[in-house]
Design a protein around this ligand. Structure first.
Ligand SMILES: [Zn+2]
Ligand SMILES: [Zn+2]
Length: 258
């Protein structure tokens, strides 16, 4: 094909996760007050405790996504040798499953250590990662409210490395990146909804990540977006109990060992 982009799997892998982000977030907005009984923070704390407005957050996420699209397109242009990597056939399903699992392990490993370093390094925390932590009470579409450098390091680089090391095809990567996006939005949804399949499958979930967004848990539960293994291995795991609040909803309270 002449100059210009085909709608390749690489392009779909760039844009579909962004659509998934806003569609999945929109579902939580539509649920509205019908899920007030499952909140991890009392209603009203979202506005009282978060110092940035929702408009600023939407703007911040859109800027961050635009930045990621630009970097991805630039990478494809540089890497693309005209061989049409999209044409790679899909391997057998067992292989796809193994590649997805490998991608999850790689992404988690990358994100754990970079995320933790952004807390340890005072300069990086102050100028980059603290932006994400302005949301003390997380909500779905605030999931990617990050400094663009954080998005680049954690998500774009992490995603690229997971993609390359796992050996998944660009077609599988569309699903992988979309699923990672759903998981990240869900981890910030601020709700403990009964029967949420992601909560049944993963110990790393909205309550687990909520602990990390609180002052008492900010040096713990760095693992994201899939597993909690690195926190357990590295001694940064904070156990918590979900306690029912009198006025409705649940609260993730740390469990003290002594
Ligand atoms: Zn953090
Ligand atoms: Zn977060």
């Amino acid at each position: 094909m002449a100059a210009g982009f085909q709608v390749s799997d690489e392009l779909l892998g760039t844009f579909i996760p962004i659509a998934v982000y806003w569609i999945y977030s929109a579902i939580f907005i539509l649920l509205g007050s019908s899920v007030d009984g499952y909140r991890l923070h009392p209603k009203g704390e979202e506005d009282a405790k978060n110092v940035v407005s929702k408009f600023t957050v939407v703007k911040g996420v859109l800027i961050q996504q635009a930045f990621q699209v630009a970097v991805s397109l630039l990478l494809f242009t540089v890497i693309n040798d005209g061989s049409g990597t999209s044409q790679r056939p899909q391997p057998p399903s067992l292989m796809i499953a193994l590649q997805l699992a490998a991608g999850m392990v790689v992404l988690d490993t990358w994100q754990y250590f970079i995320h933790r370093y952004m807390h340890l390094n005072k300069f990086l925390y102050k100028h980059v990662h603290s932006k994400h932590h302005t949301l003390v009470v997380p909500y779905a579409y605030g999931a990617l409210y990050n400094h663009p450098l954080e998005g680049l390091l954690l998500d774009t680089c992490g995603g690229a490395i997971a993609f390359l090391l796992s050996g998944m095809t660009p077609r599988t990567a569309i699903f992988f990146f979309s699923f990672a996006t759903v998981k990240t939005v869900d981890d910030h949804c601020g709700l403990w909804l009964p029967g949420n399949p992601l909560h049944l499958l993963f110990s790393n979930n909205s309550a687990y990540h909520d602990v990390h967004h609180q002052l008492y848990g900010i040096k713990y539960n760095f693992s994201q977006p899939f597993f909690i293994a690195w926190d357990k291995i590295m001694g940064t795991y904070m156990p918590y109990a979900l306690v029912k609040r009198k006025e409705g909803g649940f609260e993730a309270q740390p469990i003290k060992n002594n």
